[in-house]
Every structure is written in C-alpha cells, then in structure tokens.
Design a protein around this ligand. Structure first.
Ligand code: SF4
Length: 632
C-alpha cells in the first residue's frame, strides 16, 4: 500500500492537496492483509484518519469484489460523490462501482401496473404529483425516486408502488426483465465495488420470503463502515413485525387482483378479516411509549379474536390456493400464511431468545419480536460465509478495549483488531469542561441548572455551539427560556428539515443549534460555526425500553452485571459520537462541555473519560473564556 499512501506515494503525485497520514497507511495495510488472508478485522479509525481511502485502496489492491456497507446517507454520499470519483480519476479509471440504495427508493413495476388499474386516492391534492409520476415512469432508466424532485418525502402513494422485499416475486415476476431492481442488480453484478447501506445489507441477509428477491449479487468481501450501528440494525431485520397495515396491504393487493365478478364471492371473507383486524388491534393500549407484550395482555378476548382471525386467514389461504391462473396467487397465499405464522409466534410462542413488544403508531399498534442477542443470527448467516469482513468506525472501543463490540456481534475475542491514533491535536486544540458543582440529572433542579449553564456557555462561545440533549423535553424547556436572550439565532431540531437546519447552522457562523439523538452522529460541520459541543447528560438508554430491558434481564440471568457490561459501554459509544462532532479537520478547535456531574463524581466516570481522546479537562469557566480569547 506504500506506493499509494506513503510520503512519496502516488496519491501525493496525483492530488496536489493530498496529505500523507501514517495512520491511513497503517489501516490500508491491515485491511489489505485481512482481505488477502480471508480474515475478520476490527478497526477503530478516528475522524481525520482517512479511513475510506484506506479501505477503498486495500479492496482494489486485494482484487476482491467487495460490498461496502455504510450506516448513514452522509457517508454513502461522501463515498459516491467524493472519494470514489477521486480514486477513479487519479488512479483507477476502469474501476466499476455501483450504488444500491434501499429497495423502497425504487419503483416496483408490478405494483405500479396494478395500482394504475385502479388508483385509489384523493385526486384533489395528489393529482399533480401523480401525473408527474406517470410521465416519469415512461422515461426513467433507474426507477430511483430521487429523480422525482416534485414528490414530497412522505407522499402516501409511493408506499403502494415502491419495491419491498416481502412483496417481490423475484424470478417469477412478469416484469422481472424490465424491473429497476433487476437492472440495478445487473450493474452491481459486473462492478468491483458495491456500495450499500446496513439496512439493505441486513434486509437481504435475513430474507425470510422469496430467496430470489435478494438484491445484492454475490461478493467476495465485506467492509462495514460505521459498524457501531450494526447491532441495532441487524436486530430489526432478524426480528419479526406485524402491524395492521401489513394485513391491509395484503387485502388491498388481493382486491386489486380479483376481477369484478369474483369480488362478490370473496366479499364475506375479506370484509370479515377487516372487521377482525380492527377489533383485534383495538384490544391493545395506545400509549406514548413502546411496551413489553406481557402475558397479562393476552386476555381471553384477545385469544378468541385471534382464533377467529386465524380461521379467517386459513380460509383465505385455502381460497388463494385454488386460484391457478398465475403465479401471483401463490405469492399472495404465501404472504397470508407468513402473516398468520408470525403473528401466532409473536403472541403465543414462548421463546427466551426473543423479546416481544408493542409499538403504538397513531391509532394502531405494531407487534415486534426482536432477538435479544444477534450473535447467533450473525454466525449462522454472515460469518458462515467464510469471507473476509472488515468492521470499522470512529467509535468501537470502550476504555481502550473492543470487548463490548466483539461480544455484541458474536465475534471471537481473538479476532484481529487495530486501534488507530487520532491525527488531531486534542491537547492543543480542545478543552473538556465538566462543571464544578451540579445537581444530579434526575433531580428537579437539574433543568434550572441546565438553563443557567447553557446560557453562560453560549455567552462565552459567542454562539457557534451545537447543543446535544438526551431528551426532547430538556431541549424544549431550555430552548424556550433562552432563545430570545441572544443576538445570534438559536435553531432547534424540528423547525425545518435536517439538511436545511444544518445548512443554516453552517453558514451563519455565530448561530447555535439545539438537537437530540438523531443529530448525535453523521453531522459534519467543520470550521468556526461549530466551536463548542454542549451535552446535557450521559446518554444512558432508557432502561424501560422493551429491548433494553430484555437485554438487561438476560445479562442478569446469565450472572453478569448489565450496568458495566452493557449500559455503560453503549453510553460511552454514544457519547464518543457526540463529542466527535467537534473536531472535523486538523484546523478545528473548540470546547466540549458535558454537564453531567456523574462523570466526575461516580467511579464509572473514569470509564467514560478513559474512552475519550486525551484532552485537557477543566472545571473552571475562566479556562473556557481564556481558550476562546486565545482563538480570537
Ligand atoms: S421483480 Fe420484484 S421489484 Fe421487480 S417489478 Fe417484480 S415484484 Fe417489483
């Protein structure tokens, strides 16, 4: 890898601004070695290491068809629009790269043709967008919704015409040849590198329905970037989910398939199911938070209604089975059976490896079964492929160890690992402020303390602050009190779309931005606009969340200590993400303020601090003032 990335390497020759980075070279060598030797490797590569170029070059040199899976859209765009074109242009003009977005981004021709036979929606406000779609369908070559600029993000009809793996007929689809997913797959099949996101990757890996509905063609190596997100995403896809909409979608597809005269014969069965669903879903409470599906919720009424619903679904399957004129009936029958099986499993099957829970959505609920530990599924479906796998991210280690990360993904503790040094000078360019005295975050006084501290910090930083909260409630309370007390604007998450909000924050240097968890990672604001990161408290996950609660119980039952083995490591990784928003380039400078007294006062605070980059720590505001004065 030296010939590309060393001090006198090719990248320096071809790119005038390229800067030699020893950690980048180290990573490229390690990745290349793992790819050559068909190994699994874990690499923590802090911001500024240049990890994307490192693994791209390693994969090209290893001559292995590689899938690169990313967690955020930001990184995917960085790869597709910046790093890969740069490498192609300067070094490998013949490199073939394919981008595969999640299925739902693409039009499904079969669903579209079905939909236009009988379009059902409110024409008044949707007609103009719909006619744009009709025109677009005749000329698009990709079927990618991003070409439809006039279509709003939440346009409801897209739900009925986009591609979904569970609704895909794969090889048996009459439109298989013209299908946009097929075309995308063909391009990917002839590419050297395929860029996907974790959602698409795990959707494919966990396909329960039609195997030929898989999108990603065969590959020889995988690189997971932003690998810290994998545990949660894999759990979603290796689980089950049944909501009323899934059943209504099935019934609508059946109705669309039926000819007019046949409809009458089916009327009783279909409307009976609709009535049962309505009643069945009304038996579960609509609460603000998700809740465990405990035995006491399975009342006699639930049992009777479910029995009735299952009988109706069996009758429906039998009817569908009799229809022979085309393959579509077979898929409708399979979907009906799968819904019944999954609902039966979620409601009635005792399985200690899964947590069953209920998610209230609007007037309805969705039933979930999530694996408590994804190790088994990953071993069976991913590691069994016996191909090289690279896990990388800026945040994988806790207090200098990868133990938590490896254990959470079922990796052998002896798997090779590399922890790269940060290229940033945290000692010189950064200051960590922890308040001298503060109330406990659980106390009533905490919010008043937050208001006072954040006000003082914003005064010292003259705005230019990114304020990250662990709850919407805290964010709103602080915002409402202090928003009018400064001459610079303070923006808040939700007042406009995320990209527009970040654009404003970036451009208006003295502005500040208040946000919660969806902004803790993937936000890249280099330069003066983001000179201060303020974090309200340690980001421990809510222990009453059904999945978190089940994980805690499991560790306890296995004789472990969930606080140290699970809750602290997760909070550390989240906090490292938040802190990582501050220094994005070598020239960035600034202050991180964490307003949680537990960091200094509790023994476990050392684990957090031991996981941070080594920057100077202060408990004096005077030091912050001096720091900003030095910056000028
Ligand atoms: S192959 Fe699947 S995605 Fe493509 S048109 Fe058919 S059903 Fe839709």
């Amino acid at each position: 890898m030296e010939r590309y990335l060393s001090e006198k390497g090719k990248l320096r020759e071809v790119l005038p601004h390229y800067e030699y980075r020893p950690m980048q070279l180290k990573m490229a060598k390690k990745v290349k070695h793992a790819l050559d030797k068909e190994k699994i490797l874990v690499v923590e590569a802090p911001t500024g290491t240049g990890k994307t170029i490192a693994y791209l070059l390693a994969s090209i040199e290893a001559k292995k068809k590689t899938v690169i899976s990313t967690g955020t859209k930001n990184l995917q765009e960085q790869l597709i629009f910046k790093e890969i074109p740069l490498i192609k242009k300067s070094l490998f003009p013949n490199l073939k790269v394919a981008l595969m977005k999640g299925r739902v981004n693409y039009l499904c021709l079969r669903r579209w043709k079905n939909f236009i036979k009988n379009p059902t929606f409110d024409w008044d406000d949707k007609a103009s967008v719909f006619s744009s779609i009709e025109k677009w369908v005749t000329k698009t070559e990709t079927g990618d919704r991003s070409e439809l600029i006039e279509m709003p993000e939440d346009y409801p009809i897209w739900w009925h015409i986009s591609s979904k793996s569970e609704l895909c007929f794969g090889l048996k689809c009459p439109y298989f040849k013209e299908c946009f997913i097929t075309k995308m797959r063909q391009i990917a099949a002839s590419s050297d590198i395929i860029v996907v996101n974790h959602h698409l990757f795990f959707a494919d890996l966990s396909l329960k329905g039609v195997a030929s509905a898989a999108v990603i063609p065969s590959y020889e190596a995988i690189i997971f970037d932003e690998a810290h997100q994998i545990e949660k995403i894999a759990a979603d896809f290796f689980g089950f989910m049944v909501g009323a909409n899934r059943i209504y979608d099935l019934l609508n597809d059946i109705k669309q398939k039926l000819s007019k005269n046949k409809r009458k014969d089916w009327e009783n069965n279909l409307s009976g199911i609709e009535r049962s669903i309505k009643y069945f879903f009304s038996l579960f409470p609509i609460t603000e938070e998700k809740y465990r599906l405990k035995n006491e919720l399975i009342t006699d009424d639930v049992k009777d209604t479910t029995n009735n619903l299952f009988n109706q679904l069996d009758q429906l399957s039998a009817r569908l089975h009799k229809e022979k004129d085309d393959e579509e009936w077979v898929f409708l029958e399979q979907r009906t059976k799968l819904i019944k099986e999954e609902l039966e499993y979620i409601l009635f099957v005792q399985d200690d490896e899964y947590v069953k829970w209920v998610e209230p959505v609007g007037e309805n609920v969705i039933f979930h079964a999530s694996p408590i530990d994804v190790s088994l599924q990953l071993r069976q479906n991913l590691y069994s492929k016996e191909i090289p796998i690279i896990f990388t991210s800026g945040t994988l280690s806790v207090n200098g160890s990868f133990s938590y990360f490896k254990k959470s993904l079922g990796l052998d503790p002896d798997i090779d690992e590399v922890m790269l040094d940060t290229p940033f000078d945290y000692k010189k360019n950064c200051l960590l402020y922890l308040p001298k005295e503060a109330p406990e975050p659980s106390s009533d006084e905490f919010i008043l303390f937050l208001i006072k501290e954040i006000k003082e910090l914003l005064t010292l930083s003259k705005g230019r602050a990114f304020v990250l909260f662990t709850s919407i409630k805290n964010m709103k309370e602080v915002y409402h009190v202090i928003r009018d007390q400064f001459s610079f604007p303070i923006y808040i998450q939700g007042e406009m779309p995320k990209t527009a909000l970040l654009d404003r924050f970036r451009k208006e240097v003295s502005s500040s931005l208040f946000a919660t968890f969806s902004f803790w990672e993937g936000v890249d604001v280099p330069g003066e606009s983001l000179s201060c990161v303020i974090i309200d408290k340690l980001p421990f996950e809510v222990p009453t969340d059904p999945v978190i609660e089940a994980k805690i119980e499991k560790i306890k039952n296995d004789g472990g200590n969930p606080f140290f083995e699970f809750q602290i490591p997760r909070a550390v990784l989240e906090l490292k993400q938040g802190i990582g928003r501050l220094l994005r380039t070598k020239n960035d400078k600034g202050v991180v303020a964490i307003l949680d007294v537990r960091l200094r006062m509790r023994g476990y605070g050392k684990i957090f601090i031991g996981s941070f980059p080594s920057f100077p720590i202060t408990i004096e505001k005077k030091d912050i003032e001096n720091f900003f004065n030095r910056l000028g």
